[in-house]
Design a protein around this ligand. Structure first.
Ligand code: UGA
Length: 435
């Protein structure tokens, strides 16, 4: 199959590289010439484990191409994927669909023969209908079908999520489109991956419902963590105790500083807007949005309390800035709420993140950066863990103890054991676990 991927962001690039690795011929198109230039030199625009190797291999084997010129890519394609950004529109939180619509216009102009136009970008219910209308209006003669095929990739684990997914969702009622989608995902059929064929609007909603449900699950356990702190219970054991119930499931029950990233905050908000627009409010999701935002803000207070109530003039060694491990993505990261609040309270921040520091420099003012975890903590009055990077899980605690000024450790990801930390002489605070 020949595939054109419009957009070489995180979703387009990972999906394009994985489809190429399945054996399809994929051309990734982006208007940003410098991005395409860098991709030709195998320089990735994002940090995603394994992506550079996958891209290099498939470029070498001539299944993966990058271009700024959409013309040939679209004209030749059996399927054209729209994988452009749908950021929150300023002011009302609706998904901004201008890039999706622009892609639809361009596809309409350039496609030849029967073409499946696939929206992979996360788009509100009904966007497929609009894309179809745009194309139909511009090219009344065109032979095409618009399909919804949402992505469920997690940053940091995206290649595995693409190649070994829990399921693939395809929204179309067009038989020819179905056949092409089946062919594209054939390697997964062979692995017996469930492929959910459904109507387009249902498929669009599945994406939002999945992300919102996961955000609800995280927010639920975060509130349980607060309750655990109030009543002297342990949230990790509560998670295990409920997660072993197959109806609840173990995943996404890690309490933390609140969810962030490029998806949950944006998608929960967009879902509440859609629901309100259709007079069918999703009050649970409304509440989750609110609870999560206030949780991220409250985390600075938790750190200040752990440091005795006053951080003025004190230095805090911060480990981790990205919204989660294995990514350099800082979008809606809890660190963006926590660090400015600590600076405002008079603290000096020395931070280290294995991948996100370059990005952080654009977003956080007035903080210092260290070259590694030990450098961040050296001489600091407290060590604060904000992101659960593997390399922070097995720190040399003797060395940390010796280089800290004092003994305060605040672990907002629960990666250390309270008992062990107490035994080692730390004053240790975590989320929802008694010391
Ligand atoms: C999320 C979904 O997991 C993907 O399935 C989806 O495709 C993607 O959004 C998207 O819509 O593109 P992602 O944002 O990469 O993926 O990251 P997650 O691993 O889901 O984590 C999101 C946030 O929840 C992070 O801030 C993370 O720290 C937090 N989280 C996650 C918790 O606090 N506790 C958990 O148990 C799990």
């Amino acid at each position: 199959m020949r595939v054109a991927m419009i957009g070489t962001g995180y979703v387009g690039l990972v999906s394009g590289a994985c489809f190429a690795d399945f054996g399809h011929v994929v051309t990734c198109v982006d208007k940003d010439a410098s991005k395409i230039d860098r991709l030709h030199q195998n320089i990735m625009p994002i940090y995603e484990p394994g992506l550079d190797d996958l891209v290099e291999k498939n470029v070498k084997e001539e299944r993966l191409f990058f271009t700024t010129d959409a013309k040939e890519a679209i004209a030749d394609a059996d399927a054209v994927f729209i994988a452009v950004g749908t950021p929150s529109r300023r002011g009302d939180g609706h998904a901004d669909l201008s890039y999706v619509y622009a892609a639809a216009e361009e596809i309409a102009e350039l496609m030849t023969g029967f073409t499946v136009v696939v929206t992979k970008s996360t788009v509100p219910v009904g966007t497929g209908d609009e894309v179809e209308e745009i194309i139909r209006k511009k090219r009344p003669d065109a032979d095409f079908a618009v399909v919804s095929n949402p992505e469920f990739l997690r940053e940091g684990a995206a290649i595995k999520d693409f190649k070994i997914p829990d399921r693939v969702v395809v929204g179309t009622e067009d038989e020819r489109a179905k056949e092409i989608m089946e062919e594209l995902y054939r390697p997964l059929f062979l692995n017996q991956t469930p492929i959910v064929f459904t109507a387009r609007r249902t498929s669009e909603l599945i994406k939002y419902a999945a992300n919102a449900f996961l955000a609800v699950k995280i927010t639920f356990i975060n509130e349980m963590a607060d309750l655990c702190e109030a009543v002297g219970a342990n949230v990790q054991e509560v998670s295990r105790g409920i997660g072993l119930d197959g109806r609840i499931g173990k995943k996404f029950l890690n309490a933390g500083p609140g969810y962030g990233g490029s998806c949950f905050p944006k998608d929960t908000l967009a879902l509440t807007k859609t629901a309100n627009d259709h007079n069918s409010p999703v009050r649970i999701v409304d509440t989750v949005v609110e609870v999560n935002a206030s949780r991220k803000k409250a985390m600075a207070g938790k750190i200040i309390k752990a440091m005795g109530g006053d951080v003025s003039g004190k230095t805090i060694g911060v480990l981790g800035l990205a919204f989660k491990q294995n990514t350099d993505d800082m979008r809606d990261a809890p660190s963006l709420d926590i660090i400015p609040a600590l600076v405002e309270a008079g603290a000096k921040i020395k931070a280290y993140d294995p991948e996100a520091m370059e990005e952080a420099k654009h977003l956080l003012d007035g903080i210092d950066y260290a070259e590694n975890a030990y450098g961040a903590v050296d001489g600091a009055d407290a060590m604060v863990i904000l992101t659960e990077w593997d390399q922070f899980r097995a720190l040399d605690l003797e060395r940390i103890k010796a280089s800290l000024n004092g003994d305060v450790v605040v672990d907002l990801r629960n990666i250390y054991s309270p008992d062990d930390m107490a035994k080692r002489g730390f004053t240790y605070t975590s989320i929802g676990r008694p010391v």
